[in-house]
Design a protein around this ligand. Structure first.
Ligand SMILES: Nc1ncnc2c1ncn2[C@@H]1O[C@H](COP(=O)(O)OP(=O)(O)OP(=O)(O)O)[C@@H](O)[C@H]1O
Length: 301
């Protein structure tokens, strides 16, 4: 649905995007992550045709972005965009704001009240935006992006300013959109939040793609170690060490009421089998997989 090939963007001497390739499939929830200044927003703006590429090609739904012909204009109507900072007019109410954006987008305003309800703003439809909290503004921005039932959504830091409950509600809407086949590309700095939710993601650093894949695929590619936390009584710490002694485990550390064990993924099942020989001595067992944050730092540092 979204294909970028060899995309570059120069701002004078700054190489903001440096040879990026991207492939986002139809119906996919795709993450784009990276440090501040990695080039994510610049990529977004080029994919939306808001700024020209310095070099390379971007196609959305088969149409070349920014082309003079009608192809991209038709595709543009299927796109919704939530920018990093939405410009809203303080004097308008929430509903008036949506009416304003409907006019700009050339879509009927008839479903705007329902849209406000969908993003949890029905109660504030008639309040002026000036009185909105940061999270409410963000929700209104999201409603604006959903105008005209887009088939492709670009969401730049969509959950910034939202509280945990609102974040959950936001992703529930994304799940629903996904079930309707909407293609979504999302940036976020909150890695814990997106690691369970995106289908695949790309890690960018200094304008370049460092890695692309599923969270699990990237974990395996990096071959980062995982941690076991083995809860045992203090007098059984040594039994754990002895049971694991023959295995290639990188670290065994006795802590308060458990033993922490670090090992590579290919040793995971052998560790579990060895711990099983300890029977009731093992009171509980937790395995911590490397987080997306661990993967991110592995690829972007
Ligand atoms: N209009 C511009 N003029 C000059 N330089 C720019 C412009 N827009 C972005 N840049 C530069 O391009 C680089 C990439 O910026 P971009 O905003 O794309 O990063 P980002 O990954 O979205 O960062 P953040 O997470 O902070 O939003 C940065 O070095 C930035 O300073």
């Amino acid at each position: 649905m979204i294909v970028a090939r060899g995309v570059h963007k120069h701002y004078g001497s700054i190489h903001a995007v440096d040879g990026v390739d991207l492939d986002v499939q139809e119906g996919e929830l795709f993450g784009l992550i990276g440090h501040n200044g990695a080039g994510k927003s610049t990529m977004f703006k080029m994919m939306l045709g808001l700024i020209p590429v310095t070099a390379g090609d971007i196609h959305i739904d088969g149409a070349p972005v920014g082309s003079a012909g009608g192809d991209f204009r038709a595709v543009r109507r299927k796109i919704g965009y939530l920018p990093e900072s939405v410009v809203l007019y303080d004097n308008l109410t929430g509903l008036e704001t949506l009416h304003f954006f409907s006019k700009l987008k050339g879509v009927s305003p008839k479903d705007n009240a329902t849209l406000l309800e969908r993003v949890g703003l029905a109660h504030a439809a008639k309040r002026r935006v000036r009185e909105y909290s940061k999270g409410m503004r963000q929700r209104l921005g999201f409603a604006q992006a959903l105008l005209g039932t887009p088939r492709i959504l670009f969401l730049d830091e969509p959950t910034s300013g939202l509280d945990p409950e609102a974040i959950r509600g936001f992703y529930a809407i994304l799940r629903q959109l996904k079930s309707e086949g909407v293609t979504m590309i999302i940036t976020s700095h909150i890695l814990a939040e997106i690691q369970e939710r995106v289908d695949r993601l790309t890690i960018m650093a200094a304008g370049k793609v460092q890695a692309t894949g599923t969270v699990q695929g990237l974990r395996e590619q990096m071959d980062l170690p995982l941690w076991f936390s083995v809860r045992v009584a203090a007098e059984d710490f040594e039994a754990v060490r002895a049971a694991l002694g023959h295995l290639p485990v990188a670290a065994i550390e006795a802590r308060d009421d458990h033993v922490a064990v670090q090992c590579k993924r290919d040793t995971k099942m052998a560790v579990i089998a060895a711990l099983a020989t300890l029977g009731d001595k093992v009171r509980d067992l937790n395995v911590r997989e490397p987080s997306l944050e661990d993967v991110f730092f592995g690829f972007s540092d």
